[in-house]
Design a protein around this ligand. Structure first.
Ligand SMILES: Cc1cc2nc3c(=O)[nH]c(=O)nc-3n(C[C@H](O)[C@H](O)[C@H](O)COP(=O)(O)OP(=O)(O)OC[C@H]3O[C@@H](n4cnc5c(N)ncnc54)[C@H](O)[C@@H]3O)c2cc1C
Length: 394
């Protein structure tokens, strides 16, 4: 990553009057809060301004999967950095973060080939091949009667958190720290150097960091258009875990391999795409990434589909829902899942690149993850912001 001036000043004393902080962060999603956590570690005073009264954005609607080993290049470096930050934050704030890794299930020779190629490329680091029997056991499938499992790979570096717990717990911890506050129920209407304008009046800070995810277009429509930011909407559900499914590892499948750079960079990835087009065109049509993660209460988060718009239609298509839950049931070796909840998640997306980092005015930075891996990158981005290593997108 190229080096630029960081959005925040070097550490100064944490003694500013109420209403004035070293750093004002807009948005109490994981990207904003990871920056608040890192700012406090750097000795800065922080005000977070959040329009809602609790986090309800992308950061609580996802799988709670810090998907580290499936990244490539600079993003892999940021993701590895993020892992350490997540573990520090979990220890400090007392939320569940499991070093449980991810299991990628292979149900054809081509899927297994992609995993073997990634294993070879990484020299075995972070990619451990699994037999069909080991994969079946991890999924809690007593016997592989259907004979559909060929093998798999375990990615031990991946992390798991409970998305419904982690961001709110981090917010509560931040609020308890000296020099930190979160202004809930306070919408930001505009930003200029040194001042954030809100529905409750101005908030002043030396530096301002805007982390509003996909809503960047509401505050900065021209910037959003220039970076071609769209909303990606995803269908999700929570289901009762089938008897026997107990792993805390995230579980990924062939359609996941088609969405993450580390897999798509492998020689067999093109053949894999043709194969999936052949047997599951409908899944590809909804942009599926068939994956699931188990929550500590034993239920399973199931998803997801990807549809792209500038404005998000509110409707969840039933066929999309059936395709996803049916596909997950197939991997788990059960006929159907008992669904407890369903919802739609939204994140920022752009074909221009995975990150939008722009300095709009002196001391004012906008930072949005525009690739659907904000949980994975959040703490790595925060670390890179404070050591000045984060590249600014032009
Ligand atoms: C279904 C789903 C599955 C996903 N799965 C994964 C995954 O497995 N791994 C992964 O790494 N990532 C995943 N992601 C992506 C990840 O969740 C996001 O990239 C990340 O949560 C973005 O964090 P954020 O803080 O930028 O956004 P958000 O969590 O959306 O937070 C932005 C905050 O800004 C606030 N805000 C907006 N405008 C204003 C304003 N004007 N004034 C004040 N506050 C404002 C909002 O209220 C919100 O609280 C998934 C996303 C979804 C939706």
């Amino acid at each position: 990553m190229s080096s630029t001036a960081p959005a925040t000043a070097p550490a100064v004393t944490r003694s500013l009057a109420p209403g004035h902080s070293d750093l004002v962060i807009v948005g109490a999603g994981i990207v904003g809060l990871a920056h608040a956590f890192e700012a406090l570690a750097n000795g800065l005073s922080v005000t977070v301004v959040e329009r809602d009264r609790q986090p309800v954005g992308a950061s609580v609607r996802n799988f709670g999967h810090c998907c580290i080993s499936a990244q490539e290049g600079d993003l892999l470096g940021l993701a590895r950095r993020s892992r350490a930050g997540w573990l520090r934050a979990a220890r400090a704030a007392g939320f569940w973060a499991a070093e449980a890794g991810a299991l990628v299930v292979a149900r054809s020779a081509t899927e297994a080939a992609v995993l073997e190629e990634l294993h070879a490329e990484r020299g075995g680091r972070g990619v451990v091949l699994r037999t069909a029997a080991e994969t079946a056991q991890a999924l809690g499938r007593a016997s592989d009667a259907a004979g559909d499992l060929v093998g798999g790979a375990f990615l031990p570096d991946d992390l798991r958190v409970n998305p419904r717990e982690a961001t709110p717990a981090l917010a509560r911890w931040i609020e308890r720290q000296p020099g930190a506050r979160i202004l809930w129920g306070t919408a930001v209407t505009g930003v200029e150097s040194g001042t954030v304008h809100t529905t409750r009046g101005p908030v002043h800070g030396e530096r301002i960091l805007v982390c509003v995810g996909h809503d960047v277009d509401y505050l900065f429509p021209d910037l959003a258009e220039e970076h071609e930011v769209r909303r990606c909407r995803l269908t999700m559900a929570r289901a009762v875990a089938p008897e026997g499914f107990r792993t805390d590892s995230a579980v990924l499948t062939a359609t996941s391999m088609l969405r993450y750079d580390a897999f798509t960079a492998q020689p067999s990835a093109a053949r894999l795409r043709e194969e999936v087009v052949g047997h599951s065109p409908e899944l590809l049509g909804i942009g599926a990434n068939v994956m699931f993660t188990r929550l500590p209460d034993g239920s399973v988060l199931v998803g997801d589909s990807h549809h792209y718009d500038t404005t998000t239609p509110p409707f969840i298509d039933e066929r999309t829902f059936e395709l996803l839950t049916g596909a997950v049931a197939g991997v788990l070796g059960v006929e159907r899942l008992r669904i407890l909840e369903r919802w739609q998640g939204v994140y920022a997306s752009s074909d221009r690149g995975p990150l939008l980092v722009r300095d709009l005015a002196p001391g004012v930075r906008v930072l949005s993850v525009t690739s659907g891996i904000g949980m994975t990158l959040s703490f790595g981005l925060a670390a890179a912001t404070f050591d000045g290593a984060l590249a600014v997108t032009r």
